[in-house]
Write a protein that binds this ligand. Structure first.
Ligand SMILES: Nc1ccn([C@@H]2O[C@H](COP(=O)(O)OP(=O)(O)OP(=O)(O)O)[C@@H](O)[C@H]2O)c(=O)n1
Ligand SMILES: [Mg+2]
Length: 452
């Protein structure tokens, strides 16, 4: 999608939008009355311009639903992203057809369906033209929710479906004729760069506590300032923070990682910790002072999410606690251990030497060690050293087991000691020595080893 075009489109739509007559008077959020529109169509986009979205597969999907006279619209996140002029990651569809009706239709039309696990919640996934999978979900109301799972009832009412969604900006639909259906002022909030729950935040959060994390993620996506939160929303988040206890670590980490990759990462994490979220997400005693100084010295260095978290951790044991809760990948977990272990100041004759050694002597993949060292240098805010490290080309140690063997050192007890000593020497000499130079040292190293 042409982004410049979309930006213009949004600006244009916003201008039109201010003239739209069907807006109800905007109420303040505090009065708890849900703001809603009678006529939900707030603007009509020119469909000719979304050919990137309306692929032949998407159009075939639409034709099928048309043939059977079911309504289908693009829903939720994709509509938000499109209106923001950002490419939508994946398209989710909503429909008035029930899962049973969809199944019958797809079977009649010889369309394969995959992954039937979503059916209970109304989601059917057809594979169109044997090429692309689409999730199509029946309009629904969440009846019973325990903060994680919902029991659902299907409906034909688009507004009820919009009303079950988390944030106003995520509650819009886009029809294939370009109509944007917005029952809860999501478009207005999007243009104001405001993140608000649909209706009562307390109800929305209690339906799914992960929405606390989603709130911060989308705040980072759309807000213009780091601290422009609605105080009531923050109060409600604080009251409900303990609900995160029951949410799986994987889901929390997925959101937290995105928060820490987005705008205002440091500020958002601080806000979250001020709302006492820390203890429910594996950060029971965060080191806020160190975190604050990390932000001051390093926030502009495009920190890895783990580098933010490492500043909050006092000890190696804290890494283990956090990993137990959030279930990091082994790459992420090892990065956290590495940063916490290697963040203290290192005295050295050559400033880069300790970090070169970490890469050359690593027991993990060298590529990972390089990433980790880079994060340590960012953590330390040492931009000069970081630049040196980025320019440093990892030299290749010229000695091999084969060469050692050929020069009288058989594999065995002394083998490891000798190769380590040669490597140490080679590093200290700034990688100048060739294999021949190093081979000459072998007899004296053997003597040294024997006398020990
Ligand atoms: N806890 C949640 C998760 C999702 N949704 C609704 O389901 C839609 C799709 O969810 P999902 O794909 O998880 O999020 P997106 O908003 O699409 O964001 P992303 O770009 O990350 O996919 C959301 O827009 C929102 O309307 C919700 O109400 N509550
Ligand atoms: Mg999505």
């Amino acid at each position: 999608m042409n982004l410049v075009f979309l930006k213009n489109l949004v600006v244009r739509s916003f201008r039109n939008y201010s003239n739209i007559s069907n807006l109800k008077r905007v109420r303040t959020r505090r009065d708890m009355e849900i703001k809603t529109r009678e006529d939900p169509i707030v603007l009509k986009l020119d469909t000719a311009e979304f050919h990137n979205i309306f692929t032949p597969e998407v159009l075939d999907l639409k034709k099928l639903f048309e043939k059977y006279q079911y309504e289908i619209r693009i829903a939720g996140g994709a509509v938000r992203d499109l209106l923001l002029g950002q490419p939508a990651k994946d398209l989710d569809f909503a429909t008035t057809a029930t899962p049973q009706q969809m199944k019958e239709m797809f079977i009649t039309e010889n369309v394969r369906m995959i992954n039937m696990s979503g059916e209970k919640h109304g989601t059917i996934t057809p594979r169109i033209n044997d090429k692309e999978n689409f999730e199509v979900t029946t309009l629904r109301v969440d009846m019973i929710t325990d903060g994680r799972h919902a029991e659902v009832e299907f409906t034909k009412d688009w507004k009820l479906d919009a009303n079950r969604r988390d944030l106003t900006i995520n509650s819009m639909f886009l029809g294939f004729d370009g109509s944007v259906y917005d029952y809860f002022y999501g478009y207005e909030d999007l243009m104001k760069r405001k993140v608000a729950f649909v209706g009562d935040p307390d109800v929305r959060i209690k339906e799914d506590f992960l929405r606390i994390m989603r709130y911060f993620r989308f705040y980072g996506r759309i807000a213009e300032k780091p601290d422009n939160h609605d105080q009531h929303t923050l109060d409600v988040i604080k009251q409900n923070a303990d609900g995160l206890q029951g949410v799986s670590g994987e889901r929390i980490w997925m959101e937290l990682k995105k928060i820490l990759q987005g705008n205002f990462a440091g500020d958002l994490l601080k806000t979250m910790l001020n709302l006492d979220i820390g203890k429910y997400i594996g950060l029971p005693a965060p080191n806020l002072e160190e975190f604050e100084s990390l932000l001051k010295r390093s926030e502009h260095l495009n920190l890895h999410p783990m580098t933010y978290l490492a500043a909050l951790l006092n000890t190696i044991d804290d890494v283990t606690i956090l990993h137990t809760r959030l279930k990091f990948s082994s790459y992420e977990r090892d990065m956290a251990y590495f940063i916490v272990e290697h963040r203290p100041d290192k005295e050295a004759s050559r400033p880069l030497l300790p970090y070169e050694k970490l890469v050359l002597n690593t027991k993990i993949k060298q590529k990972d060690a390089i990433d980790y060292v880079r994060e340590v240098l960012k953590y330390r805010g040492d931009e000069k050293l970081l630049e040196m490290f980025n320019k440093w080309e990892v030299p290749r140690f010229p000695m091999t087991g084969k060469l050692l063997k050929e020069n009288g050192v058989p594999p065995g007890k002394m083998y490891g000691q000798i190769i380590n000593k040669l490597k140490e020497y080679w590093i200290e000499q700034e990688y100048k020595d060739s294999a021949e130079d190093l081979i000459k040292l072998i007899p004296s190293i053997i003597d040294e080893c024997k006398t020990k």
